[in-house]
Each structure stands twice: as C-alpha cells, then as structure tokens.
Design a protein. Structure first.
Length: 190
C-alpha cells in the first residue's frame, strides 16, 4: 500500500494574523476544528490512519495536533522545518505584514529577504517526505510550498487551505504526489 502523508493547516487561532500575539493558541472554533480534523483522520481505515504525528513549534499547530495525539496515544514530533515562513531578521514587527503580503502575491524565486526561500521551500518538502505515514500540522505557506513544488509551479500561493483543512500526499518512488487538496478557505483572509 502507498504511504500517505496528511498535512493539516492549524485550526483557527485565538488571535488573527497580525493581531498582536506572537504565538496564539486556538480559539473555541479552532478547538472544534481540531476535533473535527481528528475525527476525519480517525475515521479512515486503520491501515490509512497516520502512524506518526509531526508539528510546527507554534502553539496553534501543537494544539491542533493534540486531539489526534490523544486519540492515537502517540507523541508529537515538533520540528521547525514545517513552521511558518521565516521573515527577514532585520524586519521591524510592523513591516512583517507588508513583506508577507508581497511574498504571497509573488513567485518563490522573487521573495526578498535574508534567506534563500527556494531552499526553505525544498527544506519543507524534504522534511515532510522523510516522514511517510505522518499527520503533519503546519501552516498556510508551508503547505503551499509543497503543493507548488509537486505541481511544478513558481507561484507562492497554489491554493488557500482553510483552517484545519487536510491536504493528502502519497509517497511514490521517493517523491510526493498530491492526492487531494484540503478544503479551501472561502475568504481572502489567511
């Protein structure tokens, strides 16, 4: 049987993007979304369920992973490679929003900053590929990084995964193949 990898965008955080808190947990709706994602994954046939859990270090991802960790009685491996896209280190906090909006509107090779964002994108891909059978709790941009690589696209945004949406990949011949995109957000809000 082909190994699957499930990438789950974190559920809705208590503080919106740019809302002031650096590392918010989930709000009440986010908790409901995390429970729903857990039920969806637990409803899979036993052979298709995730066998390991991986999360971004950020609290919203770790809290989204928690219901599944409890249901599977499994630990969560926390790795930075599936975290948020790094912003330039010398960027003032108020400049992060405009920088990110410009990055999201463009192409991977054109992102400006103090790091190679094409290499970051490949790093996300490699970290996920190295964890067949995993449920990976991550972020909007990291999920798009993988989808764009799999589809051979240079645009930063390939689609708009909603909170707690599950994107499914298959591992075939040491590569990721997109099986199903997660549910898309109905608003332009990330």
């Amino acid at each position: 049987m082909t190994q699957r990898i499930y990438m789950i965008r974190h559920a809705r955080p208590a503080s919106a993007w740019g809302g002031g808190e650096d590392d918010p947990g989930l709000d009440l709706e986010g908790v409901r979304q995390a429970l729903a994602a857990c039920r969806t994954l637990m409803d899979l046939p036993a052979a298709e369920r995730p066998s390991r859990l991986v999360s971004s270090p950020l609290r919203r991802c770790r809290e989204t992973a928690q219901p599944l960790a409890e249901a599977l009685a499994a630990p969560v491996e926390v790795i930075a490679e599936v975290g948020e896209i790094p912003t330039p280190q010398d960027l003032a906090p108020k400049a992060r929003g405009p920088w990110l909006r410009a990055a999201l509107a463009g192409r991977w090779p054109d992102i400006r900053g103090d790091l190679d964002y094409e290499a970051w994108r490949r790093g996300v891909y490699g970290a996920v590929l190295a964890r067949p059978g995993a449920a990976v709790f991550s972020h909007f941009v990291a999920i798009n990084a993988i989808v764009s690589l799999v589809e051979g696209r240079s645009e930063v945004i390939s689609f708009r995964p909603d909170h707690a949406a599950i994107t499914v990949f298959a591992v075939e011949a040491d590569r990721l193949k997109l099986v199903q995109r997660g549910r898309e957000a109905v608003t332009g809000v990330l």
